[in-house]
Ligand binder design. Structure first.
Ligand code: ATP
Ligand code: MG
Ligand code: FE
Length: 338
């Protein structure tokens, strides 16, 4: 049995074919990074236009690489929330059209739940119950993940998402978009202790995050505080590397600390982590160390399943088993809060 999954929530046009036993037969991702690069962030209008041009070739590619035809499909899954409204609509329209013409069940997937499910896909045994952390461009959320794939929000950022902070700090430092990979690369040359940036809420008993103060701290350290008498030294390559390394270290410290706190507070012994920032090498290393010490089981998706992809929408198999099939009047839910 074959599931065709479609993802277009932000700036990746993606399609994948996944078998019922969770084998990924194809996972095609067409990233629009080059289109948005010069703006330093995703431009919604450009994104939806690019999705429209790419969606059919990407679906075609996914089927070809999987070595199957449309007639062999069992169901169509599509990410309908959260994301950019114009982007989501392109994937949804493609999915609806295929479901209607092929007379197949249409299954709506939550993109953030998909980011967590990416962890389950590499496991041979059920991963949940677990504490789940989603660290992405738009979210920094902690969840209770239940055996029956219900996700309950237990903590979140009060301002910027972790990925958003990576992207904005990269912009401040003059590093290329997207910020995550370029900060990781530059940080390798820097001293992570050079700048003692604030670890906001690290010691706070509540499960919450804040990254906007950190972003401002990097801005002032890099380019100066308009209110201060003394201005910082010129932004040399060495200084940029130190700033990038110190920033990355700070974000990782906070994320690891909050995951440890969530495991303790909620008496869980499994942690799963997904979303684009989960591709970060330092975060992966530190989370592995922390869970090892805490005696917890740790599951983190391989890097290509952390950033946006359609394979993670395979959670749709579970929705199908539970009869959670959508009708053709299915709509998108762009809103960020769930
Ligand atoms: P959301 O999933 O919240 O809707 P999104 O889909 O745009 O947002 P993802 O594609 O999941 O976000 O993740 C993209 C983010 O991940 C970007 O902010 C990017 O900078 C960040 N990112 C990617 N690779 C790395 C890395 N190696 N280190 C840190 N951050 C990274
Ligand atoms: Mg993206
Ligand atoms: Fe995402």
């Amino acid at each position: 049995e074959y599931l065709l999954a479609i993802e277009s929530s932000c700036d990746e046009t993606a399609a994948a074919v996944i078998t019922r036993d969770m084998r990924i037969l194809s996972n095609v991702v067409s990233s629009q990074t080059d289109l948005h690069k010069k703006f330093g962030g995703v431009v919604p209008e450009i994104a939806s236009r690019a999705h429209l041009e790419r969606i059919l070739p990407v679906i075609d590619d996914a089927l070809k690489q999987a070595g199957i035809t449309l007639n062999q499909l069992t169901a169509i899954a599509v990410a309908t929330e959260p994301g950019l409204v114009g982007s989501l609509l392109i994937g949804l329209t493609a999915a609806k059209t295929l479901a209607m013409t092929l007379d197949l069940p249409l299954i709506a997937v939550n993109h953030i739940e998909g980011h967590l499910f990416a962890c389950q896909m590499q496991e041979t045994r059920p991963l949940f119950p677990a504490i789940g952390l989603v660290v992405s461009g738009g979210h920094t959320n902690l969840y209770h993940c239940s055996e029956s794939f219900e996700f309950k929000l237990i903590g979140a950022t009060i301002d910027d998402a972790a990925g958003e902070a990576f992207d904005k700090v990269a912009k401040i430092l003059g590093l290329p978009y997207p910020g995550g990979p370029s900060i990781q690369k530059t940080a390798a040359q820097g001293n992570p202790k050079a700048f003692p940036f604030p670890r906001t809420f690290l010691k706070d008993p509540e499960l919450r995050f804040s990254f906007s103060g950190l972003k401002t701290a990097v801005l002032y350290a890099a380019l100066g505080n308009p209110g201060a008498k003394q201005q910082p030294p010129p932004l040399t390559e060495d200084r940029i590397a130190d700033l990038a390394a110190s920033f990355q270290e700070t974000v990782v410290d906070v994320l690891v600390g909050k995951c440890r706190q969530a495991l303790e507070q909620h008496h869980y012994s499994t942690l799963c982590v997904g979303g684009g920032v989960a591709a970060n090498a330092l975060l992966r290393e530190r989370l592995a160390e922390m869970t090892d010490k805490a005696g917890a089981y740790f599951s983190i998706a391989p890097p290509d399943l952390c950033t946006d992809n359609a394979a993670m929408a395979a959670i749709a198999w579970h929705h199908l088993d539970q009869g959670r099939v959508a009708s053709l009047d299915l709509d998108v839910t762009p809103g960020l809060v769930r």
